[in-house]
Design a protein around this ligand. Structure first.
Ligand code: ATP
Ligand code: MG
Length: 264
């Protein structure tokens, strides 16, 4: 199917939709980064992806919002289905993909602008009417629990916020444009334990509204927040299923990893 994915800023107000990952392989030159990965991310659920360092977790997230595009010698095979459209089909608008499928990275990446501009600028770029922008800025800052902390200094630089606040601002920025899917690559691992806890609570609060895929090294975090759990090793998905079930019983290699972690 080669439909063009058109941008409709209000689609996020419908119930969350999921994503079907079908036989995804990624090669960079001769190096096989991912091999035959298939998984269904159910709409409105939180799925977590764990696995040893170098197993391909970030690489898989990059597949889902086309961040491999333009990387020399990188080749993505397989399909990612979103609302009946293969994101790797012909004619798909990458900017539209990224407006529906947001990404939050390990290190907070606020723009070197004011707190309010970090959210209002993307809203303007995505065509939200000026009359709505202030309300949406406020709503998304409230969603991430930042409003009370920054309401009296919205015009000051986002770079002056603490690391945890910057990360919550980045999540607010990603949520403001109402994505259906939010990809998070170890969003809390660079933060102190208290800020980590806040990010976990925030992720839990997104359940039902947004489909989340969370990469984490912390198995306890995966167990606490996720409905589904995927385990990647050496570029292959070793297991994927309801989190509690996998922690109770999984193939031996996976069970061993879930008991002991990867040591990093
Ligand atoms: N741009 C790239 N070019 C070449 N190889 C890459 C590129 N990006 C990732 N890789 C390779 O893909 C493999 C998986 O890397 P990836 O970053 O996805 O692992 P990860 O599971 O996220 O690890 P970590 O837990 O350390 O973040 C590694 O062997 C890495 O060297
Ligand atoms: Mg990674």
């Amino acid at each position: 199917m080669n439909q063009v994915l058109e941008l409709d800023p209000y689609v996020g107000e419908t119930p969350a939709v999921g994503l079907r990952i079908e036989e995804i392989s990624v090669r960079v030159g001769k190096h096989m980064v991912l091999e035959g990965v298939s998984m269904d991310l159910p709409g409105g659920k939180i799925s977590a992806l764990v696995g040893p360092s170098g197993s391909g977790k970030s690489s898989l997230l990059r597949v889902l919002n086309r961040l491999w595009d333009g990387i020399p010698r990188a080749r993505v095979e397989g399909a990612v289905w979103y609302q009946g459209v293969n994101l790797y089909g012909r004619g798909v608008d990458v900017a539209a993909v990224r407006s529906r499928i947001g990404m939050v990275f390990q290190r907070p990446t606020p723009f070197p602008k004011s707190i309010v501009q970090n959210i209002s600028l993307p809203l303007a770029v995505h065509g939200y009417p000026r009359s709505e922008i202030a309300d949406r800025v406020q709503a998304s800052l409230k969603t991430v629990g930042l409003w009370d902390e920054v309401a009296n200094r919205l015009g000051t630089s986002a770079l002056a916020l603490s690391g945890g606040q910057q990360q919550r601002l980045c999540i607010a920025r990603a949520l403001a444009i109402q994505p259906d899917i939010l990809l998070m690559d170890e969003p809390a691992s660079a933060l102190d334990p208290k800020s980590r806890g806040r990010i976990d609570d925030l992720i839990l609060s997104l359940r039902d509204a947004v489909t989340v895929l969370l990469v984490t090294h912390h198995l306890e975090e995966a167990e606490r927040v996720s409905d589904r759990l995927g385990v990647l090793m050496d570029g292959r998905l070793q297991a994927f299923g309801p989190t509690q079930e996998l922690f109770r019983s999984a193939p031996e290699k996976v069970a061993q990893y879930l008991r002991h972690g990867s040591g990093n």
